[in-house]
Design a protein around this ligand. Structure first.
Ligand SMILES: NC(=O)c1ccc[n+]([C@@H]2O[C@H](COP(=O)([O-])OP(=O)(O)OC[C@H]3O[C@@H](n4cnc5c(N)ncnc54)[C@H](OP(=O)(O)O)[C@@H]3O)[C@@H](O)[C@H]2O)c1
Length: 322
């Protein structure tokens, strides 16, 4: 452990109301860090360079976790390529540059596995970055995130800052998006099985054949990886965060059906596309540094379903206005 993080550290969590940011906040609070700094997007619009600079000058954070981004699925990316590219560049440029200007001790930049090429060898290692074309649908978001990774790398090389990029796999957990129009596969399945159970165990329609393999990580494990990274100087600029294990979508559906207690049929609509056959992270770099995940998928889904039932009334809508 180095001395970067201490109980009196002034820690700014950008995007503290989001799925990842709120998990990081919960983790730091649980560990007894009580000098956390946060602003909602209406209090501080991170796209505004002057406002971000003034905020950093006034608040003088020592540690920064950047979990703020315009996030969305394929449909939103397709419809708003400009916003996904430009706003994410603005948000991360402003945060990373202000952190550098204020000589922030440690910064963690969060991105996602979409930074890797569409046809990257599986499992995808950090070395796969920029070795081939991206998935076209979310290239806008991916290019912004790749730029963030390179900014962190440049600051490490030129100024010796201990800044790090963490790229998590598909996440799930509290504060996830359960809106069927925009949600990812795992929360969408929880919602669909739950709603069908409420309607007397009606059949659940699901897309594709169920054959693809996907990896899922509970968001509390990402928060744990952030905490781990904050507590030591890291050898590399970029680390994947995942379980290193994947599950067939069909088996995921059966697991969620069982946890939710839905007794009806599942109707696979095989006219709908399956997507990439396999997407799995190579997590050996972070494992070699000493971190690995701890929440198994079944336990994580049970916890997430409990959270969903308690918070059904407040579930999030995607805020994309164009
Ligand atoms: N969810 C996943 O499956 C997943 C997987 C891998 C990686 N990640 C990465 O984790 C990071 C966070 O994702 P998430 O799922 O936590 O997203 P999220 O739930 O949508 O939260 C994003 C947060 O960013 C803030 N934000 C957006 N635009 C802003 C602006 N202009 N000014 C200030 N704040 C702004 C929002 O703040 P307000 O609430 O105040 O509006 C929101 O709380 C992203 O970099 C994403 O790539 C997510």
């Amino acid at each position: 452990m180095n001395k970067i993080l201490h109980k009196g550290s002034r820690i700014y969590i950008a995007g503290h109301r989001g799925m990842v940011g709120s998990a990081v906040k919960r983790k730091l609070e649980r560990e007894g860090y009580n000098r956390l700094i946060s602003r909602t997007s209406s209090e501080l619009d991170l796209r505004n360079q002057q406002a971000v600079r003034s905020f950093f000058r006034e608040e003088q954070p020592e540690i920064v976790v950047d979990a703020a981004a315009r996030v969305g699925g394929i449909m939103a990316n397709n419809e708003y390529p400009w916003q996904f590219l430009y706003e994410n560049l603005e948000i991360q440029n402003n945060i990373i540059a202000a952190a550098h200007e204020q000589d922030v001790d440690k910064l963690i930049f969060l991105g996602s596995s979409c930074i890797y090429p569409k046809h990257a060898d599986q499992p995808m290692s950090e070395e796969a970055l920029l070795t081939g074309p991206l998935e076209p649908t979310n290239q806008w978001y991916a290019i912004a995130k790749i730029t963030g990774v390179k900014m962190v790398d440049a600051l490490r090389r030129q100024y010796d800052h201990d800044y790090v990029s963490l790229m998590p796999t598909n996440l799930y957990g509290p504060n996830d998006n359960f809106d069927l129009k925009t949600s990812h596969v795992l929360p969408a399945m929880i919602r669909k099985f739950h709603d069908a159970k409420e309607k007397g165990h009606a059949p659940v329609p699901l897309w594709g054949t169920g054959a693809p393999m996907r990896e899922f990580l509970h968001v509390d494990d990402v928060a744990d990886a952030v905490f781990f990274t904050l507590n030591r100087s890291m050898e590399h600029d970029l680390y994947n965060v995942g379980t290193g294990k994947d599950i067939r979508i069909k088996d995921l559906a059966l697991l969620i059906q069982d946890i939710v207690g839905h007794k009806g049929d599942i109707n696979w609509d095989t006219t709908k596309p399956d997507g990439t056959p396999r997407k799995l992270m190579d997590v050996s770099r972070l494992e070699e540094a000493g971190w690995e995940y701890s929440i198994e998928l079944e336990e994580g889904i049970r916890m997430t379903y409990e959270w969903f039932k308690e918070h059904q009334d407040e579930i999030k809508e995607l805020k994309v206005e164009g």
